[in-house]
Design a binder for this molecule. Structure first.
Ligand code: NAI
Length: 465
């Protein structure tokens, strides 16, 4: 049996990226994946299929709401749900196939099956035990439900994000538990498809932890798009009949209240939890955190020599790109180089329309620290390009150190926010000031001009506001 330098467990964005970097650095590498296709949650049942559905339903929204205004007359398209799901599956297939190609191109062995680790240096799949100098656990995460809520994607009444990507029909009435990223992205998809969507959220604002300004604007825009919200509501359980469900919740302001929301389908989007089951970590004595994550040091090493962990299964935001960065960095470490991830500059994006993107510190967190800051804000209403495409709602906000003008954080709600945020990420990586951005020529007419205007607003003032 082959002796590997590295075996990576899990072929999601963390695992497959790590495998490619390991191979590029000359390490003999294998990747273990039990799913039929590579790409993990992200490509198979997460980021990629949801983006396909968001794109298709955004097109529908445009046709229904903005075509006539632009002189495009005619009947609005009708929805062929099975065809939309087929399109989504095709997008997934192209991407997972692409990863398989990349594994072959980089001469990485795909060991098919579910792995366990009988001892450091050994990975077992079925009856076969493979020898390796290093192991990288990149086993990801799974949806976490609530006590009193039984998710059953087969039945299709109480579902998680995986079930929401494959519902047999578009529900008339959908309840979404949790106004986080998944709840708002998939809630948007179904609202655009005509479902009556109500989001029930425990906190008083959507997307907990996000910039408060963005939270307010985001919720207002989503409400305009037809989503309904019940805020400050703790869901205590869901009762189901053969075809319907009742979501039971108590409002925080009257904890003894018992409210009920009827729905055909309930989407549970209350977070995800690390997935390390079946690996045999207990027997190996791998240290875990109180939150069930694999504990690692600054070099992604566990307490057991030769075993590393990255991505959703360790601490930090559960984001594909954070896992990818860790995957590359751990490969560098294993190859004897210096792997590094700047956790202060990891963008977060919600792919609704408009998109929402953030990076770095929030205004509230910096104020709580007592830091002297300055905030530059520019509304997309003042951006010609955004207005031309019916996307004048939203803003760019840049937060800088009041004395040095150094960019500390940014938030964008508006068109292409998820792409534009990277100008600010690069600025932060280079320790740039708002003035550096403001003095950089930005092409006209682009959405990116709004970033420059927000940077100008940190100084002597924006031009178009
Ligand atoms: P989340 O943590 O973003 O949001 C969960 C929401 O559920 C929170 O707002 C929380 O207050 C609420 N909640 C929890 N218990 C509740 C209860 N009993 N009653 C009412 N509300 C309750 O989790 P989500 O949206 O499920 O996403 C899971 C992970 O996947 C996140 O880490 C997210 O970052 C990641 N993800 C990222 C995406 C992106 O980057 N675009 C897309 C999808 C997921």
């Amino acid at each position: 049996m082959a002796q590997y330098d590295v075996i990576i467990i899990g072929a999601g964005p963390g695992g497959y990226v790590s495998a490619i970097r390991c191979a590029q650095l000359g390490l003999k590498t294998a990747i273990v994946e039990g799913r039929e296709t590579l790409g993990g949650t992200c490509l198979n049942v997460g980021c990629i299929p949801s983006k396909a559905l968001l794109h298709a339903t955004h097109m529908l929204h445009e046709a229904e709401h903005n075509f006539a205004d632009m002189g495009l007359k005619g009947k609005s398209p009708s929805v062929d749900w099975d065809q939309m799901k087929a399109y989504k599956s095709d997008v997934v297939g192209q991407n997972t196939g692409g990863i398989e190609f990349l594994m072959k191109k980089n001469k990485i062995d795909w060991l098919k099956g579910w792995a366990s680790i009988p001892a450091a240096g050994k990975v077992k799949i079925g009856d076969e035990v493979h020898e390796t100098k290093n192991i990288v656990i990149a086993s990801g995460s799974v949806p976490s439900s609530l006590p009193g809520v039984d998710v059953d994607n087969e039945k299709g009444i109480v579902i998680d994000s995986t079930g929401a990507l494959d519902l047999p029909k578009i529900p008339k009435k959908m309840a979404v538990i949790g106004a986080g990223v998944i709840g708002l992205e998939l809630g948007s998809v179904y609202a655009r498809l005509g479902s009556d969507v109500t989001v029930v959220e425990y906190m008083d604002a959507v997307c907990p932890g996000m910039d408060a300004d963005v939270q307010r604007t985001f919720k207002r825009i989503l409400e305009k798009q037809g989503l309904k919200f019940v805020m400050g509501a703790a869901v205590s359980g869901v009762e189901t009949t053969k075809t319907k469900a009742k979501v039971k919740y108590a409002l925080k302001k009257s904890p003894d209240s018992e409210e009920v929301l009827d729905a055909d389908v309930v989407l549970v989007a209350t977070g995800r939890k690390p997935f390390a089951e079946g690996l045999g970590l207990d027997a190996l004595g791998v240290k875990m955190t109180e939150r069930g994550q694999i504990a690692t040091n600054a070099h992604w090493a566990t307490n057991v020599a030769g075993i590393y962990a990255i991505g959703d299964v360790i601490e930090g935001p559960m984001l594909a790109h954070k896992a990818e960065d860790e995957g590359m960095a751990v490969a560098e470490v294993i190859a004897g180089k210096h792997g590094h991830v700047n956790y202060g500059v990891i963008p977060g994006v919600v792919y609704t329309t408009p998109e929402v993107a953030t990076v770095g510190a929030t205004e509230a967190a910096l104020k709580a620290e007592g830091r002297k800051i300055k905030v530059g804000k520019f509304m997309f209403m003042g951006n010609a390009r955004a207005k031309a495409v019916h996307q004048g709602d939203g803003f760019v906000k840049i937060i800088v150190d009041a004395e040095t003008d150094r960019v500390l954080g940014a938030a964008i709600i508006g068109p292409a926010a998820g792409d534009m945020i990277h100008e600010l990420c690069v600025a932060m990586e280079f320790g740039a000031s708002a003035q550096d951005i403001a003095l950089t020529c930005h092409a006209h007419p682009t959405y990116s001009e709004a970033v420059r205007e927000a940077a100008l607003a940190c100084g002597d003032g924006a031009i178009h506001s």
